[in-house]
Design a protein around this ligand. Structure first.
Ligand code: HEM
Length: 476
């Protein structure tokens, strides 16, 4: 009995302390001119609420509840740091556009260790600018049209050719995007070499979504080891290519590594080249493959949309010779496909938003966000805002027919980010997803093999990797 009373006493004291601390924090927040909000529990803040919401199919209440209580900018404490969440499109735009001036991208050291010190994702200033424009120049429309499309077509077709019975779509789309990236980076066709690189690479990727404990038996520890191996393979590639160029000179290879080695602006060191290639492998992999998978999931759940998409692609197929590859003009005649891709990007929000570190005290909408704090510009909150999109939480590709993204007021549709860090692979991703959908809907019919659910933490995915039973419609 005495111990029960003591426990109750301790509990009441603790609750009172928490309430007092929270009140003081709120007073301090008002005094400092911070957006309203709550820091949650000591140490963990609101991290647990955020994680448990994003582990479900419907994470929206985490943001919805705070927006209705505090407004479109609110203060919270997540992943060990005080953070201002923005669900406001103008603020998000301001954050993206002022990258390098008022805000800078920021990743925890556990992620930086996996990416490498010289990764583009961590670079700042003129070096970042140089690397970013190098990718932009390699992945622009005319390069895709003249050089990359033919391999995208061939490799996707080659992969789908082996399908039959039950496939886990998420695994297959990851395999496809990995092979496409390796081809684009260093001109390697899939084979034993790429498969063994992929095995190490998968261990590395798991590290991004694990608890960062660097022991040999943890996921993170294995990821660090895999990172060393992948980097070693890439280093050998860089060395070999440099030696070959020095020996043979002449004909340059039209891939990303070739573009990197050719960069007239002083060249890149071996470490820079390796981290650069790794950044590209990472950036396009989860994102593009997940959009491919989720587009199929949403289409399966919306048969009218699937029928409209199939009609578009069947009519392209009818115009072509047997086994003739898709051309740029075929890609340009897929308007409904672009609506499906936009809508999948909007609803799924693979990159749900971006964290930025505030470089000096900054005023936004009458609030002051102190230097050193973090801001999270939530794309997801904007894309699913019922005031900005009619029936925002329903998959409706037709909405883009009358309102293409470029026409969206103030450009509130930002699945590829914006400003100096705008995704340089945005067009490449669209082309890859379009070609994939073309061969899927013309070549196969399917139904889901098992019920599967979406989750958004630690990354957007389906829990069972989306198993479907496929049947050939005609020879792909
Ligand atoms: C559907 C597919 C994709 C989506 C949704 C996506 C989305 C994004 C977003 C939102 C950012 C901005 C991150 C930030 O501001 O911190 C970004 C950056 C980046 N993306 Fe993509 N991406 C996709 C595909 C690709 C592909 C195929 C590539 C390959 C070329 C790629 C390469 C990159 C790189 C290198 C960056 C870093 C840019 C920088 O920091 O300057 N992405 N992506």
């Amino acid at each position: 009995m005495a111990s029960f009373v003591l426990a109750l006493f301790v509990l009441l004291i603790s609750i009172n302390v928490i309430i007092l601390v929270e009140r003081r924090r709120r007073r301090r927040m008002r005094r400092l001119g911070l957006p309203p909000g709550s820091f949650g529990l000591p140490l963990v803040g609101e991290t647990l609420q955020l994680i448990s919401a994003y582990k479900t199919e419907n994470p929206e209440p985490f943001i919805d509840m705070r927006v209705s209580k505090y407004g479109s900018l609110f203060t919270t404490h997540v992943f060990g740091e005080p953070t201002v969440f923005s669900t406001d499109p103008q603020t998000n735009r301001f954050v993206l556009q002022n990258e390098g001036k008022l805000f800078e991208s920021s990743y925890p050291s556990s992620i930086s260790n996996l990416l490498g010190r010289k990764s583009l994702l961590l670079m700042k200033g003129s070096f970042h600018k140089r690397m970013h424009s190098l990718i932009m120049s390699f992945a622009n429309s005319s390069i895709i049209r003249d050089h990359l499309l033919v391999d995208i077509d061939r490799l996707i077709r080659f992969n789908l050719h082996t399908w039959g019975g039950m496939v886990r779509l998420q695994d297959q789309t990851k395999k496809i995007t990995f092979e496409l990236t390796v081809k684009q980076l260093m001109s390697f066709d899939p084979g034993e070499w790429t498969e063994s690189l992929r095995k190490e690479y998968l261990l590395l990727i798991e590290g991004f979504f694990s608890v960062p404990l660097p022991f040999f038996f943890t996921t993170y520890g294995r990821a660090l080891k895999a990172r060393t191996k992948v980097a070693e393979v890439l280093r050998l590639m860089v060395r070999e290519r440099k030696e070959r160029r020095a020996r043979e000179g002449g004909e340059k290879q039209k891939d990303m590594l070739g573009a990197l080695l050719e960069d007239g602006d002083g060249g890149f060191t071996e470490e820079e080249a390796v981290d650069f290639m790794l950044a590209l492998l990472v950036a396009g992999y989860e994102t593009t493959s997940t959009i491919m998978t989720l587009a199929v999931k949403f289409l399966t759940e919306t048969p009218v949309a699937l029928a409209a998409l199939r009609e578009e692609h069947d009519s392209i197929q009818e115009r072509k010779q047997e086994s003739e590859a898709l051309s740029w003009s075929d890609y340009k005649s897929m308007p409904f496909t672009q609506c499906v891709i936009n809508e999948t990007l909007r609803v799924a929000n693979i990159i749900s938003g971006v964290f930025r570190r505030v470089m000096s005290d900054v005023n936004i909408k009458g609030y002051t966000i102190p230097k050193g704090w973090k801001v999270f510009a939530s794309f997801r909150a904007v894309h699913l805002d019922q005031d900005l999109y009619k029936d925002a939480r329903t998959f409706n590709p037709w909405r883009w027919q009358s309102n293409p993204p470029a026409a969206s007021p103030g450009n509130i549709f930002t699945p590829f980010g914006g400003g100096p860090r705008l995704c340089p692979g945005y067009e490449l991703a669209r082309v890859e997803i379009s070609v994939f959908l073309h061969y899927l809907v013309t070549g196969f019919s399917w139904e889901t093999a098992e019920e599967d659910k979406l989750a958004f933490f630690p990354t957007t995915r389906t829990l069972k990797r989306y198993p479907i039973n496929v049947r050939h419609r005609k020879v792909v």
